[in-house]
Design a binder for this molecule. Structure first.
Ligand code: NAP
Length: 248
């Protein structure tokens, strides 16, 4: 197995389950030491145990990304306990879907707080350190809704569009500091977030995918591992779909 991320330290937010755990496992498989971070301690500790059983190395740091102090603690713990922070993957995300005319301020604020401000918090906490070292790989998870919107997801789509704008702006400001910053747009990925979809809707979604199947967290992890590698050192400010050819 080619461990091309040996010696690197990666923090993945919301990595107790789903896409985040898939990303963390893949980065560990490629040799990175991992900071598993989540609001759900049980899931995070299980995830870390799976990584360790497979021969990987990491620590668990609890972090609610909607709180700046948690984001700062996440960055500090990576540096103190694992020696550096080279790769930051902003994956934590929630849904509070409702038609716009029924969406409460609480539905709006909670999704913006995690899905957009949470990304700002973690990037802000890591930026000074990465700029000083002149090295960093930041990968943010957006969604297809960022481009076209999605019924019932005004809060989510707005947050995910914000993530793309944040990614591109950060990339422009930090390219000369050798920090790359890219966004991933997953298609329809089989996780707890999507498993609540009724069978008929699931069929319709999969029907829109050229590869004829929902994606897996590992499919997303493969792309993240590449963007975190030395081979991707000239790739920044990008927005990459990983959706098996899903029609957006
Ligand atoms: P998921 O299964 O719901 O996992 C999200 C993880 O984030 C959970 O472990 C959750 O903890 C954690 N989390 C929630 N709020 C948090 C907070 N404030 N701070 C830190 N962690 C928090 O979702 P997923 O499907 O893996 O999605 C991961 C990312 O991909 C999200 O940003 C999502 O918007 C994006 N995405 C997913 C799809 C898809 O098809 N699945 C498509 C496009 C984009 P709990 O267990 O406590 O909830």
């Amino acid at each position: 197995m080619d461990q091309y991320l040996q010696g690197k330290v990666a923090a993945v937010t919301g990595s107790g389950r789903g896409i985040g755990l898939g990303i963390a496992k893949k980065l560990a498989e490629k040799g990175a030491s991992i900071v598993i971070s989540d609001v759900n301690e049980e899931n995070a500790r299980n995830g870390l145990a799976q990584i360790e059983e497979a021969g990987g190395k990491g620590i668990y740091v609890p972090a609610d990304v909607s709180k700046y102090e948690d984001a700062q603690n996440l960055v500090d713990a990576a540096i103190k306990e694992l020696g550096s922070l080279d790769i930051l993957v902003n994956n934590a995300g929630i849904n509070r879907d409702k038609m716009f005319h029924k969406m409460s301020l609480e539905d709006w604020n909670s999704v913006i707080a995690v899905n957009l401000t949470g990304v700002f918090h973690c990037m802000r906490a890591a930026a000074g350190y990465m700029r000083e070292r002149e090295y960093g790989r930041i990968i943010n998870i957006s969604s297809a809704s960022y481009l076209n919107g999605n019924i019932g997801q005004a809060n989510y789509a707005a947050a995910k569009a914000g993530v793309v704008a944040l990614t591109k702006t950060f990339a422009k400001e930090n390219g000369k500091k050798n920090i790359t910053c890219n966004a991933i747009v997953p298609g329809f990925i089989d996780t707890e977030m999507t498993r609540g979809v009724p069978p008929k809707a699931w069929e319709i979604m999969v029907g829109k995918i050229s590869m004829g199947r929902a994606g897996t967290p590992e499919d997303i992890g493969n792309m993240i591992a590449f963007l975190a590698s030395d081979e991707a050192s000239y790739i920044t400010q990008g927005v990459f779909e990983v959706g098996g050819g899903m029609v957006l």
